[in-house]
Design a protein around this ligand. Structure first.
Ligand code: ADP
Ligand code: ZN
Length: 659
C-alpha cells in the first residue's frame, strides 16, 4: 500500500533532532563565552585593600580612578624609569571596595589623580541580562517542546489528534476491472459491495451483516488493490492504516489510534476500513510468538471496537495479511473477521490478464505476445508483472523506440528475475569456459530427459544479481503438480552444472552453491513432506509454516530421525549427481560442441541449442517434444513452482563487488 504519510513522519522526526542539536550548541557557546570573559577579567584586574590603594595614591603610583557604585577602579601610573616595559607588559588595573571616607576625593585631587564617576552602563546591564536569561529560555523552549511531543505521542493531550496517520480516500476510483485474475476473491467480495450499497435491504430481512473480511495471500498479489476496489465499487470512502502504524513505543497509543480510526469511520459511514499487515497487531496473544502488552492492548481495543459498532450503518473492515497462521483466534471468530478471502499467486490465465490490465496504457507493437510472457513468469505476482511492463516501456525508450516490443518485455522479465546485464564485466577466458560448460550441463539434461522443460535461452553474460550465466527454461504449460520422476530429473538438472565442471576440468568451482542449495531444498522436501523416500515412507516430518511468505518448513521429529533424514537427503543428492555425470559423459560430444558455440556467441537460443543437439544425435529436425505428458491441473497444492532459472552466482564472481 502506498502510504503518503510515511514521508511526513520522517520529516517530523528530523525537526526535533536538529532543533535539539542547535539549542545545545547555543547553550554551550554561551557558557564558553562567559567563562572566557571571566578569565579575561580576572587576569587583567587585581583586587587590593583600601589601605594599599591609599598608599598608592600617596606615593604617586595612580594615574586615574573611576569611582563606581560598588567599587573603585584604579589605573596605575606608568612606572617611572622603565618606560619600555609599559609597552610590553599589559597594564594591570586594580580595584577596591568603597569605604565611607569623606577625605578621599580631596586626597586624590591633591595627589593629581584624575577622578571619574561611573555612568550607569545600560548596555552592559542588558548584555548580562541576556547572557543569564538566554540559556534558561532555550532550556525552557526545549523542554516544553519535548513534553508536547511526548504528550501527543502517548495520547495524553491528543486523543483526537493521532489520526494524522490514517489515510483516507473519498473515492478510490478503482474498480474490480482494475484487479485482474483473482476471480474467486472478487466474487466473494461482490456481495460485500452489495451490502455496502444497501445495508437496509439486509437489515430488514433480519440478516446479520458481515463485519470484516480477511484478505490472505503472498505480498504483491493485489490485496490492497482489492480492498480499494471494494470501496470504489461501493462508492464509499476508504480508510486505511497499516498494522505497524498502530504500534508505537508508548503503551496505549495503539489503542487510542484504533479508537480514533473507528470514530472517524463512523462519522463517514458507510465506508471501508482497511488494515494492512494486520499480523503486526493481531498476533496470537499466547507466548509462542512473544507477547507484549502494548500490542495486546491494541488488539483488545480492536476487538472491542469490532464488537461495538453497528453494522447497519454500513461499515466494513477489510484486513490483509500474509501470515494468517499467527493471528489470534479471537480475531477470526464469527462476528469479527469471519470471512477469509484467499488472494493467491496468479495462475497462467491470471498472469495474462494482469499483464493486459497494465499493458492498457502502454503503447505496444504487434510482436508483443503477452501469453508467452505469462508462461515465462510462473511464480510472479501482480506487482512483479506490473513492474515488468513498466521496465519494458523504459527499455523501449532507452533503445529510442516509440512502442514496446516483445524483446523489451523479455528483457524486462530477465531484469526482474536475474538483474541487469553486466556487459562491462570482463571474465577471463578460462572462467568463460567454465561457466559455459556449467550452463550447457544444465541445459543438456533438460534436453536429454523428456520430463524436463525445453530450453529457451542460454547465456554467459553476467548479471547484476550475481549470476554469471544461466539457462532460461520456459514450460509449455502451467503445472500445479510435479511427479516424483520430474522432481528427480530436477535434482539431476540442478547438479549437472557441477558435474560438467568436474568431467571437463577435473576440478570444481564455487559457482554451484546456488544449485546445491536448491537441489537440497527439493530433496529434503521429497523426504520430509512428499513421502517420496523408501526409507521413511509417508510420514510427514516437516510442515510449511509461513505458506505465503518464504515457505520455510519446520521439522518436528526427534534428533535421531533428523540425522537419518540428512543421510537420506545426502543419498538422494549423491545418486542424482552420479546420474548427471553419467548422462553428460555419454553425451560428451554434444557438451563440447554446444559449449564451444556458447563461448563464441555468449547467448544462444533454444532453437540453436536443439539444432546442434539434433545434429549430433542424428535426429532429423522437427521431431519436437510437443507431446509432453499432460499433468492434470486440478489440484493446487504441492505443485510449488520451481524456479525456471538456474544461475551460477556468487563466489566464482568474488571480484564482483570491486567491479
Ligand atoms: P498487496 O497488498 O497484496 O501486497 P498490492 O495491492 O499493494 O499488493 O499490489 C501492488 C501493485 O501490484 C498494485 O498497485 C498493482 O499495480 C499490482 N497488482 C497486484 N495484483 C494485481 C492484480 N491482480 N491485477 C492488477 N494489478 C495488480
Ligand atoms: Zn548452475
Amino acid at each position: 500500500m502506498e502510504n503518503n504519510n510515511s514521508n511526513n513522519n520522517g520529516r517530523n522526526q528530523k525537526g526535533p533532532q536538529t532543533f535539539i542539536i542547535l539549542a545545545a550548541a547555543a547553550i554551550i557557546t554561551l557558557m564558553l563565552f562567559s567563562f572566557i570573559n571571566n578569565l579575561l577579567v580576572d587576569s587583567s584586574k587585581k583586587q587590593i585593600t583600601y589601605n594599599e590603594f591609599l598608599e598608592m595614591v600617596d606615593s604617586g603610583q595612580v594615574k586615574s580612578v573611576e569611582i563606581g557604585s560598588d567599587s573603585i577602579t584604579i589605573i596605575p601610573a606608568p612606572t617611572s624609569g622603565n618606560n619600555d616595559s609599559v609597552l610590553t607588559v599589559p597594564i594591570i588595573t586594580y580595584y577596591t571596595g568603597i569605604v565611607e571616607d569623606d577625605t578621599l576625593i580631596q586626597r586624590l585631587l591633591d595627589a593629581g589623580v584624575s577622578v571619574e564617576g561611573e555612568i550607569p552602563d545600560r548596555v552592559g546591564f542588558l548584555e548580562s541580562l541576556l547572557v543569564s536569561l538566554l540559556p534558561l529560555l532555550l532550556i525552557w523552549l526545549l523542554l516544553s517542546f519535548l513534553f508536547s511531543k511526548m504528550a501527543k505521542g502517548s495520547g495524553m493531550m491528543g486523543v483526537g489528534k493521532s489520526n494524522a496517520k490514517v489515510y483516507v480516500e473519498k473515492e478510490t476510483g478503482i474498480t474490480f476491472k482494475d484487479v485482474a485474475g483473482e476471480d474467486e476473491a472478487k466474487e466473494s467480495l461482490q456481495e460485500v459491495v452489495d451490502f455496502l450499497h444497501n445495508p437496509t435491504k439486509y437489515a430488514t430481512i433480519g440478516a446479520k451483516l458481515p463485519k470484516g473480511a480477511l484478505l490472505v495471500g503472498p505480498p504483491g498479489t493485489g490485496k490492497t488493490l482489492l480492498a480499494k476496489a471494494v470501496a470504489g465499487e461501493a462508492k464509499v470512502p476508504f480508510f486505511s492504516m497499516a498494522g505497524s502504524d498502530f504500534v508505537e513505543m508508548f503503551v496505549g497509543v495503539g489503542a487510542s489510534r484504533v479508537r480514533d480510526l473507528f470514530k472517524e469511520a463512523q462519522k463517514a459511514a458507510p465506508c471501508i476500513i482497511f488494515i494492512d499487515e494486520i499480523d503486526a497487531i493481531g498476533k496470537s496473544r499466547d507466548a509462542r510468538y512473544g507477547g507484549d502488552s502494548e500490542r495486546e492492548q491494541t488488539l483488545n481495543q480492536l476487538l472491542a471496537e469490532m464488537d461495538g459498532f453497528d453494522t447497519s450503518k454500513g461499515i466494513l473492515i477489510l484486513a490483509a495479511t500474509n501470515r494468517p497462521e499467527v493471528l489470534d483466534k479471537a480475531l477470526l471468530r464469527p462476528g469479527r473477521f469471519d470471512r477469509r478471502v484467499i488472494v493467491d499467486k496468479p495462475d497462467l490465465k491470471g498472469r495474462v490478464e494482469i499483464l493486459k490490465v497494465h499493458a492498457k496504457n502502454v503503447l505496444m507493437d504487434d510482436t508483443v505476445d503477452l501469453d508467452a510472457i505469462a508462461l515465462a513468469t510462473s511464480g510472479a505476482v501482480g506487482s512483479d508483472l506490473a513492474n515488468m511492463i513498466n521496465e519494458a516501456a523504459i527499455n523501449a525508450v532507452k533503445h529510442g523506440r516509440q512502442v514496446v516490443s516483445q524483446s523489451d518485455l523479455f528483457e524486462a522479465v530477465e531484469v526482474v528475475l536475474v538483474g541487469k546485464e553486466k556487459k562491462d564485466r570482463i571474465m577471463s577466458k578460462e572462467e568463460r569456459r567454465i561457466v559455459s560448460y556449467h550452463e550447457v550441463g544444465h541445459a543438456l539434461i533438460s534436453a536429454l530427459e523428456k520430463d524436463a522443460e525445453p530450453v529457451q535461452k542460454i547465456t554467459i553474460v553476467p548479471r547484476t544479481m550475481g549470476a554469471l550465466g544461466y539457462v532460461m527454461n520456459v514450460p509449455e504449460e502451467e503445472k500445479y503438480l510435479n511427479t516424483e520422476k520430474e522432481l528427480r530429473t530436477m535434482l539431476v538438472k540442478f547438479l549437472a552444472g557441477r558435474a560438467a565442471e568436474e568431467i571437463v576440468f577435473d576440478t570444481v568451482t564455487t559457482g554451484a552453491s546456488n544449485d546445491i542449495e536448491k537441489a537440497t531444498e527439493i530433496a529434503r522436501a521429497m523426504v520430509t513432506q512428499y513421502g517420496m523416500s523408501e526409507k521413511f515412507g509417508l510420514i510427514g516430518l516437516e510442515t510449511v509454516e509461513s505458506k505465503y511468505l518464504d515457505g520455510k518448513a519446520a521439522m518436528h521429529c526427534g534428533d535421531a530421525t533428523a540425522a537419518e533424514v540428512d543421510q537420506e537427503v545426502m543419498r538422494l543428492l549423491k545418486e542424482s549427481y552420479e546420474r548427471a555425470k553419467q548422462l553428460l559423459t555419454e553425451n560428451r560430444e554434444a557438451l563440447d560442441k554446444i559449449a564451444e558455440f556458447l563461448i563464441e556467441k555468449e547467448t544462444i537460443t533454444g532453437k540453436e541449442f536443439m539444432k546442434i543437439f539434433h545434429e549430433i544425435k542424428g535426429i532429423p529436425e522437427e521431431t519436437d517434444t510437443d507431446s509432453a505428458e499432460e499433468v492434470s491441473g486440478a489440484a493446487k497444492e504441492g505443485g510449488e513452482a520451481v524456479t525456471e532459472i538456474q544461475e551460477l552466482p556468487v563466489n566464482l564472481a568474488k571480484e564482483e563487488q570491486d567491479v
